[in-house]
Design a protein around this ligand. Structure first.
Ligand code: ADP
Ligand code: MG
Length: 618
């Protein structure tokens, strides 16, 4: 048989390598910023257009490259950072693979201008798809400017795979944050589509964090410090009361390099145990310094996953350092350990008193009449204020709580099998009113003709709210409650970006904002369901959930937002529901278009048939 193995041409090999190194514009940003840092720059400028799809440019004032080096830098395995395998165990630079520029040049139009201190004139090279188009001498300032245009121009499949400009910009911003947080001693500027979105002067860690995440961060930070033979730990943790629903503000750096380490993350969580609810994430900015020979950053091409020699010791030290930090700043003793977080009412209902169970039935009620539908919005609201013990009613805003038996008995719903099945209340219930009860603060149970109806309260309420908000966002009919004193809230730049993106939808459901251009936003109105005391938390959670949803979900903005709202405002497992709320839940659920599933595609209710119950007694 003839020989069939061939060496791949360089440009093909580079394209394949690019697949590993460059997943999206943010990967290019990371590589270019790291090169600029390795070049000892003190000022670095990042310029991005259209989420990096059209242009990514990094300009630095570092050491620059000679003419030969400039050309060589685009060759694969060309690096000035290591010379032998031994050097791998004593890395002080970000780069060392010599792959990034070769990979980037294989899949984009690259323009490099660079000059070293000792040269009078600089070098200008243009490369397209690994081919040098021009190389000339040029007058340029000391340092390097590298532009990457039309990323993936020759790999349409990859280009099509990119998300919207907003999402790509968010990934870029995440990378930018990581690099800027690791190097507060470097000045950074970040321009997006012509306007400067970050201007970070040279400073210390604490201020750098505040410059990036907003000044409100300053008084949330608790410093931690520890120096042992194995590791030096410094940085900050956020006070437990500012724990968030998203992992957004969790940063580990090892030797000034952002790293991901689920194991060390666990150590931090363990230190916070008992101080925050299990579904919240503490914020942290932790800088570890270890001997470069005790850490292996070679295991992943994008180099965020690292391996430490003595992880167990590191875990123990980290955990106790953070516990110590929390204790020292009196964060821990101020907390109530007796308190069972499972019994917490959702923030939307915190301020309200307990409600005595009370059932009132209006047999003439018909859910299909205009204005009576669960998920409708404003029609009935004025009635809510009349009596003081109707606090749960706002939960089911738009529903007339004077619920009739007929409503329930005449609702027909889709059965699991897809066919129509009528849920008919059993005869006794029809004459004496609907009977519901709550089981384990998790389910609402009721007798129906065919057996026993068991509703998952949290999921069912999510479904109800999801349809309500989706309707309001589309029809723009949400009711707003004007705040007597506008509330001032501060957000980070990235959060502000998201707020602006979803502003229209938020306005549709009743939010009103002023000053969205500034770090401090004025909230002048909120939907009726949101209590004043919880506005900040609700918005924080909304932004986080929306961001996450947008990246992993191909639904429309309205749907993602309605999902986030329903998730944050729905009752939870563990919430005690009074009779009225239980009834309202049942009725509103079956007034929904898709009562079977929560917006997150989880089953909302089931019916245990009489036959099944009978079997238990055989
Ligand atoms: P690596 O960073 O792994 O060495 P790269 O492909 O990113 O590989 O870069 C190749 C080489 O080009 C670097 O080793 C460095 O010598 C040079 N280089 C890249 N960017 C810059 C820059 N901004 N300033 C000076 N030299 C640079
Ligand atoms: Mg590099």
């Amino acid at each position: 048989m003839a020989d069939i193995i061939k060496l791949l041409p360089d440009h093909v090999a580079n394209q394949i390598a690019a697949g590993e190194v460059v997943q999206r514009p943010a990967s290019v940003v990371k590589e270019l910023l790291e090169n600029a840092i390795d070049a000892e720059s003190t000022v670095i400028k990042l310029v991005v257009k259209d989420g990096g799809k059209t242009l990514i440019q990094v300009v630095d004032n570092g050491v620059g490259m000679s003419e030969t080096d400039a050309r060589l830098s685009f060759e694969r395995h060309a690096t000035s950072k290591i010379a032998s395998a031994q050097d791998l165990f004593n890395l002080h630079t970000k780069g060392f693979r010599g792959e990034a520029l070769a990979s980037i040049a294989a899949i984009a139009h690259v323009d490099l201008q660079t000059r070293t201190e000792s040269q009078e004139l600089g070098t200008h090279i243009k490369i397209e798809g690994s081919k040098i188009v021009t190389q000339e001498v040029t007058a340029s300032s000391k340092g390097t400017s590298l532009s990457v245009k039309n990323l993936f121009f020759n790999i349409p499949a990859r280009r099509n795979f990119l998300k919207s400009n907003q999402v790509e910009l968010r990934h870029i911003t995440d990378e930018f944050h990581r690099v800027a947080l690791a190097h507060p001693n470097i000045e950074f500027h970040f321009y997006n589509n012509g306007s400067e979105i970050f201007n970070l002067p040279k400073t210390k860690y604490r201020q750098r964090i505040a410059h990036i995440f907003g000044s409100r961060m300053e008084n949330r930070l608790v410093p931690v410090n520890e120096e042992t033979e194995v590791v030096k730990i410094s940085g900050f943790i956020c006070k437990p009361e500012f724990a968030k629903k998203s992992r957004g503000e969790q940063f580990f750096f090892a030797n000034h390099r952002f790293i991901k380490s689920p194991y060390l993350h666990h150590a931090v969580i363990a230190a916070f145990e008992g101080l925050i609810k299990s579904d919240l994430y503490p914020g942290y900015f932790l800088y570890l310094e270890v001997d470069p020979s005790s850490i292996d950053i070679n295991i992943h091409p994008t180099k965020t996953e690292v391996k430490f020699d003595d992880e167990n010791t590191l875990y123990a030290i980290l955990r106790s350092t953070i516990k110590h930090g929390l204790g020292q700043f009196n964060v821990a003793p101020a907390l109530d350990f007796e308190h069972d977080p499972n019994l917490d009412t959702p923030y939307a209902y915190k301020e309200r008193g307990a409600v005595l169970p009370k059932v009132s039935v209006d047999p003439s009620f018909n859910p299909f009449q205009e204005g009576a539908k669960g998920g409708g919005s404003n029609g009935n609201h004025s009635g809510f204020q009349k009596t003081s013990n109707k606090s749960w009613e706002e939960l089911y805003e738009g529903l007339d709580t004077e619920i009739g038996v007929e409503t329930f008995s005449s609702v027909s719903i889709e059965s699991d099998g897809g066919g129509q099945e009528s849920i008919i209340l059993d005869d006794q219930a029809s004459t004496h009113g609907v009977t519901t009860f709550q089981l384990k603060r998790k389910f609402v149970v009721s007798a129906v003709k065919s057996g026993m109806l068991v509703i998952h309260q949290a999921r069912a309420h999510q479904r109800i709210l999801f349809e309500k908000f989706l309707g309001e966002i589309t029809v723009k009919e949400g009711v707003s409650q004007q705040l007597l004193f506008p509330l001032e809230l501060t957000f980070s730049k990235q959060e502000l970006g998201i707020l602006k993106e979803i502003k229209q939808s938020l306005t549709s459901i009743g939010f009103a904002f002023e000053n969205l251009e500034e770090e401090t936003v004025k909230v002048t109105g909120v939907p009726l369901m949101v209590p004043e005391s919880g506005i900040g938390t609700v918005l924080d959670h909304l932004i986080a959930d929306y961001k996450e949803g947008f990246e992993n979900d191909s639904s429309s903005q309205a749907e993602i937002l309605a999902k986030a709202l329903s998730k944050n405002l729905a009752v939870r497992t563990g919430d005690l529901l009074d009779k009225e709320s239980q009834l309202a839940l049942v009725n509103n659920l079956f007034a929904c278009k898709e009562p079977n599933l929560s917006p997150f595609q989880k089953l909302t209710y089931t019916i245990i048939s009489e036959g099944d119950i009978n079997k238990k007694f055989i």
